[in-house]
Design a protein around this ligand. Structure first.
Ligand code: GTP
Length: 171
């Protein structure tokens, strides 16, 4: 990982991608910034978030950014921290559910990533491998996530696909 490298971990739910991404960040010297897009809408998610916080330990500083992820990346980049974004999937779904301008938000994210002068590691769920969802919102989500993944992967220096705790290097 170089000073301003961009690394992208893409994989299924519970594939191990968060652990692998965290280990990569923790192997570096420097301050660690965790940008969380998840929101505790119910007790199960609150519980999961609490466990993740404990597992990450005191070296990490966490910022919640369910919507304004590009600004959060820009702030951390100024500080020169190692930035881990978990995850683009929930960010996309948060934007869709809040009726935000998705193409504009995605363009702002790509601009923030291109401008960042610090190592950034991004995590996202590959949700596009199943059959066509039968509701319109799910299809909109799947298409938006797929398009974003292509753009992030094009910008990234390194891209891993994660399955069963193992990585396949795509780029
Ligand atoms: N708000 C908030 N969300 C968090 C925090 N820690 C983790 N999360 C969210 O938890 C989610 C990841 O957790 P899981 O759903 O258990 O992981 P997963 O991606 O399915 O599983 P793996 O592939 O094994 O990483 C991400 O969407 C994060 O945003 C936190 O401190 N605050």
């Amino acid at each position: 990982m170089t000073k301003n490298s961009l690394t992208f971990f893409l994989g299924g739910a519970r594939s191990g991608k968060s652990r692998l991404a965290q280990e990569m960040a923790e192997s570096q010297h420097g301050s660690l910034a965790y940008l969380a897009t998840g929101q505790a809408f119910d007790a199960e998610m609150a519980d999961r978030i609490a466990r993740h916080r404990t597992d990450r330990g005191p070296r990490w500083r966490t910022t919640d950014c369910p919507l304004d992820l590009p600004a959060a990346i820009a702030r951390e980049a100024v500080l020169g921290n190692i930035v881990l974004v978990d995850c683009l999937t929930l960010w996309t779904s948060n934007l869709l559910l809040s009726d935000a301008d998705l193409p504009a938000a995605q363009a702002a994210l790509l601009a923030a990533l291109a401008a960042a002068r610090c190592p950034v590691i991004l995590i996202s769920n590959e949700t596009g491998l199943g059959i066509v969802p039968d509701n319109a919102l799910a299809r909109q989500f799947r298409d938006a996530a797929g398009r974003l993944h292509q753009q992030v992967a094009a910008l990234a220096d390194t891209v891993f696909f994660v399955a069963a705790g193992l990585t396949l290097r795509l780029k």
